[in-house]
Design a protein around this ligand. Sequence first.
Ligand code: ZN
Length: 412
Amino acid sequence: MRFGLTLPLLLVLVLLASPRSQASDLALVGGTIYLSPSEPPIERGTVVVHGGHILSVGPIAEIKVPQGATAIDCKGLVVTAGFWNSHVHILLPGLLHAEKLSSDQIASQLQQMLTSWGFTTVFDIASVLRNTNLIRHRIGTGEVKGPRILTVGEPFWVRTPIYVKGFLEANHISITEVESTAQAKERVRQEVRDGADGIKIFANSVESNEILTMPLNMAQAIAAEAHSAHKPVFAHVSNDRGIELAIQSGVDIMAHTTPFDGLWSPSFVQRMVAAHMALTPTLTLWDVESRKGNASVGDIEKGMSRAAEQLGAFSRAGGQVLFGTDVGYIPQFDTSEEFAWMSRAGMSFQEILASLTTNPATRFGYAGKSGRIAKGLDADLVVLSADPAQATSAFSKIRYTIRGGDVIYAEK
Ligand SMILES: [Zn+2]
């Protein structure tokens, strides 16, 4: 560098060289810390965040808060790794046509739907890829505060399901039907080139008078094409035939239980688990849909119990559960009903915490960055105002959501 640069110019150069929107150091002090679902909690601990990553974590007496760090008093609060919701849709009218939305509008919608419920990462499993890419680009530049969004873009179906037709038309969205295996394979390659992180098939499409099942060779070809690009495959299922198709095509994640069909026999559950399929339960969805269809209280209870029994059987058999609610398709953002039903299905709070953190991080290849509180991992954290070990409703009592060391939601 030549001599003679003035001090102000030097300062400008230094500022330009430092990364933009780098969150300052942060310390969460004095809370109960769940490092992971399988470790005992640190009763009074401190987490220090530097440069977007976890710098240190341990008992309050052993961890020094760096000078200049923003300290958040977490006495009486609980700290866990940031939550994942592995079944959402970036499809709400408040997120569509993002080119016309201000950053405040997008941030506010993402906050209402996701970050105020503790989600630092979500998997969008059907939306408009171009639009979802636009939203995550604006989050990536720091213009909008929001979660990490993974997406499958447009789903693959042989016929548009009856319950989304009206919505798609009203919002001027067209998603083509799959006509041939060759066309489907080309579309998989195109979506992957366009940035999709996974592929979603409709193993079943619910129509007015029937439930269609995708032809096996087509599902197998789509899954093989996705896997050759190292992308996970999700399957919407509505009945046993859909689950059977998912097993036989190498699907990775089943995107629902099937309460409108029969209970799952132990041998059927064994086959799902042996196929290494994960499950997003979406129990709340069934309640919302049944109410929409004016079902009786008794019928709703019966359907919900069946869904919970299916989840319980899957979980007890060692199946990997990924927390997922179908929010964005359903307008119910509040997660407390889902946690209540997961508890009724027999899942412990550690198992529910795993479904929110370590299970999805492992499943989607993020275990080295996300899912636990440990030195070096991304500073994706949730601060709860109650302890989920006492009651799982605590998982929906969010005080702060922190992504990459940046507070993206604070309860008012
Ligand atoms: Zn869905």
